[in-house]
Design a protein around this ligand. Structure first.
Ligand code: OAD
Length: 233
């Protein structure tokens, strides 16, 4: 592994599952309990803002009671010690990577802990509720929405992600089903540009066939093992 210098890691809901945060597509997961069209699209928000704001208020409150698990801790350790380039691209809207201590993290689907004012376009850190229509701290209007990317909206910082993928020697996908683009396509982009590709997931995902290597198991076990091997190499 001596030739590896630039690493891109993609994480999904599976890395936070053992912290007690529901994944989306598991049996009984979030998308069985709620219709995507109702709670995760701009059209759903326009139709029933109370429902959408209450849904995200519940999730924002819940994530603040959860703790990082050994998989988040291991990635934070890698971030601290890896001297080459590293980018942890997460689809997750929780802050467990940061609370574990990781710094080089990019939230391509936004974050629960920000409120975005649709009147003045300013984003502010937010831990409270939005369904009660609090005023924007900047402009005073009651026009705040969660700073999360809904279906039909553009994920954040795609240029920075593709720039990192272009120079990646290693692309690792952790705890994601490979069902949602553009993230699901990163493995093919990275591989066609010469990166080695590795998947760490509970079971085989929709994208497993695209990886050079796919390991099945719990993130809390696979990720620390992989990080230890990488840092010792
Ligand atoms: P999914 O719920 O689609 O997939 C989670 C993946 O994690 C599955 O493949 C599980 O097998 C795996 N998994 C579950 N527990 C695990 C564990 N303990 N260790 C390792 N793997 C485990 O979640 P995502 O792929 O993150 O987007 O979903 C992608 C996007 O779809 C989300 O960001 C969200 C959602 O709709 C938006 O809301 C825009």
């Amino acid at each position: 592994m001596a030739e590896i210098r630039n690493i891109v890691i993609l994480t999904g809901a599976g890395i936070s599952a053992e912290s007690g945060i529901d994944t989306f597509r598991a049996e009984g997961g979030l998308w069985e309990q709620h219709r995507v069209e109702d709670v995760a699209t701009p059209e759903g928000f326009a139709r029933d803002p109370d429902l959408v704001l209450r849904f995200y208020d519940m999730r924002r409150e819940a994530i603040q009671t959860k703790q990082p698990n050994p998989a988040h801790d291991a990635l934070a350790r890698l971030d601290e010690h890896w001297e080459g380039n590293l980018l942890i691209v997460t689809q997750n809207v929780d802050d467990l990577h940061e609370r574990a201590g990781a710094k080089r993290v990019l939230h391509m689907h936004g974050t629960h802990l920000n409120a975005w004012c649709t009147a003045c376009d300013v984003k502010n850190p937010w831990t409270g509720t939005l369904a009660d229509r609090p005023p924007c701290p900047d402009c005073g209007q009651s026009a705040l929405r969660p700073d999360v990317v809904w279906f039909g909206e553009m994920p954040y910082e795609m240029e920075r992600i593709y720039a990192a993928l272009r120079t990646a020697d290693l692309f690792v996908s952790i705890g994601t089903s490979g069902a949602v683009y553009p993230a699901a396509g990163f493995v093919r982009d990275a591989r066609s540009l010469g990166a080695h590709t590795l998947e760490l997931n509970l079971d085989r995902s929709q994208g497993s066939g695209w990886f050079d290597e796919s390991r099945q198991g719990r993130a809390s076990e696979l990720v620390p093992e992989w990080v230890d091997t990488l840092l010792d190499s």
